[in-house]
Design a protein around this ligand. Structure first.
Ligand SMILES: [Zn+2]
Length: 155
């Protein structure tokens, strides 16, 4: 345990109280990241949309990064996207081999980091049309992309 000077004791209590309060709140009212992950574990890819400015918001957060509003709701997305940039991560075959990491621009606006999984990692190109599916990365539900016919909503 960290030893603090006596005169800082009230600060420590304040921090602990704040910490407990936040934890209790997160049980009653799950944080945005938790809600996002719960949706994924049900096979649903949802992002936030601002009720004030109408913009879509990703990564999950409490405040709209376009206008600062805290009125964010969860909405389903089309899943359609375009590869903004792409890279290949080289890995030994026994560790799973090479894989692709791409930044994907969703039709709704937000850009997210993911993997295009149904194409050879080297053959993912900038501007390629992709669609989102909920799959698994490292045993956790995650959004993956397939280079498929657009409008194909299989997730
Ligand atoms: Zn907004």
């Amino acid at each position: 345990m960290l030893e603090l000077p006596a005169y800082t004791e009230h600060l420590k209590e304040g921090i602990l109280a704040e910490h407990q309060k936040n934890n209790n709140e997160s049980i009653e009212n799950p944080g945005p990241l938790q809600t996002y992950e719960e949706n994924l574990s049900r096979g649903e890819f949802r992002i936030q949309q601002c009720k004030d400015c109408g913009q879509h918001v990703f990564y999950p957060r409490l405040l709209c990064h376009h206008c600062g509003s805290n009125l964010l709701k969860w909405v389903a997305v089309s899943g359609r996207g375009t590869v903004y940039s792409t890279a290949v991560v080289r890995q030994r075959p026994e560790k799973g081999g090479d894989y692709n990491i791409s930044l994907i621009d969703l039709e709704e606006g937000p850009r997210l980091m993911s993997r295009v999984v149904d194409v050879d990692p080297d053959e993912v190109t900038i501007g390629m049309a992709v669609s989102a599916h909920v799959g698994m990365i490292d045993d956790k539900p995650a959004v993956l992309f397939y280079n498929k016919e657009q409008g194909d909503k299989e997730w």
